[in-house]
Design a protein around this ligand. Structure first.
Ligand SMILES: [Zn+2]
Ligand SMILES: [Zn+2]
Length: 347
């Protein structure tokens, strides 16, 4: 037997090798608890992370419900992973065993295509995504590409940091795409992403208008507690013409409503990866140089930028925690809108 390498010695003892993941066997089925007897070894450029917490994102529902193409083999969802580096593959720099690491949705990019080279790796056609084509964080262990892991601001606990990794990041990218010429901003769908973006926008002196599901008093209360200017149902008209609207709910019918709410020259950004069909609407609602954009994924630069912002502000992260084994319940509660803020699995 060869003598142990430094890598072996840094690895977790075999006694801790038994671990489990919550796995989706096929679309539309409940996740199953699957036990594993061996720790996965990180290959070149990879880290093995012992997961502490993983956020539950609406995209996970799209994966589970089959609204995103099923990759053909069982999926471990979860792309808001917070954990500690437990083993390091060859060739990795910038990480040490024990470091806290965050892993977002963008899990691998080619680095060589036109999109990657022009700084739009979020559009890389070969990109692979955590918790979809790559193993995700609904698990006690996960192996990830070290180049796509993020260092996290210390001021947030593991549970608080998890929603920053998608709700925070995608919210940040959507907010940035609305442009600088924005004072009054509407947020449609006041959940995990919106409650973080709202705090950043308010801190920057903007006025925030929160549109929730009609009658969702809890979400409106959360919005008001964070200091928004106005909160109400998405069936209500905006009290002032908005400079921009960000849509976080996966509801296509909100697109024409948001277009009607923004002023000429204003911007509507659709932040979700999947949305129900958009009903047809009169061209006049788009006319006046209103812009309608989608946000696709994120770049590593978004991650670094947003973590700097999160480090500089004391964001209140509203969470509802579940044990990892109760991931199915967390998904059901998200689908039914049974909590405000973000669901997080404690792994
Ligand atoms: Zn690429
Ligand atoms: Zn997400």
């Amino acid at each position: 037997m060869p003598s142990p390498t430094e890598q072996d010695l840094r690895d977790t003892p075999a006694a801790e090798a038994r671990w489990f993941a919550m796995e989706l066997p096929a679309p539309g089925r409940p996740l199953q608890q699957v036990w594993r007897e061996r720790l996965p070894a990180p290959a070149e450029g990879q880290l093995r992370i012992t997961v502490a917490a993983c956020g539950v994102c609406r995209t996970d529902l799209h994966v589970v419900d089959g609204e995103l193409a099923f990759p053909g083999q069982p999926v471990v969802p979860g792309h808001e992973i917070v954990g500690h580096v437990a083993a390091i593959g060859p060739g990795v720099t910038g990480w040490s065993v024990g470091d806290r690491a965050g892993v977002p949705w963008l899990g691998w990019t080619c680095g060589d295509c036109a999109d990657c080279r022009r700084g739009r790796e979020n559009l890389c056609r070969q990109a692979r995504f955590t918790g979809w084509q790559l193993a995700g964080g609904y698990a006690q262990q996960v192996v990830v590409d070290a180049r796509h892991a993020l260092h996290l601001p210390r001021r947030y606990s593991d549970v608080e940091a998890a929603p920053l990794l998608c709700a925070g990041l995608i919210g940040h990218r959507a907010y940035a795409m609305a442009g600088d010429d924005v004072h009054d901003i509407g947020l449609y769908g006041f959940g995990a992403a919106a409650h973080l973006v709202a705090q950043v926008a308010l801190h920057q002196g903007r006025r925030v208008f929160a549109f929730t599901r009609p009658g969702d008093a809890d979400a409106q209360r959360l919005a008001r507690s964070l200091g928004v200017t106005w909160a109400g149902g998405s069936d209500l008209s905006a009290p002032v013409p908005l400079d921009a609207a960000l849509i976080f709910a996966p509801v296509g019918a909100l697109v024409p409503l948001a277009l009607r709410a923004v002023r000429p020259g204003g911007t509507v950004v659709c932040a979700g990866i999947h949305m129900s069909d958009i009903p047809s609407f009169p061209y006049a609602w788009l006319w006046g140089e209103r812009r309608l954009l989608s946000v696709a994924n994120l770049t590593r630069r978004d991650g670094e930028e947003f973590m700097r912002i999160a480090a500089s502000l004391a964001l209140h992260v509203e969470t509802r925690t579940y044990t990892l084994a109760h991931a199915n319940r967390a998904l059901d509660d998200l689908r039914a809108g049974r909590f405000s803020g973000a669901a997080v699995l404690c792994c």
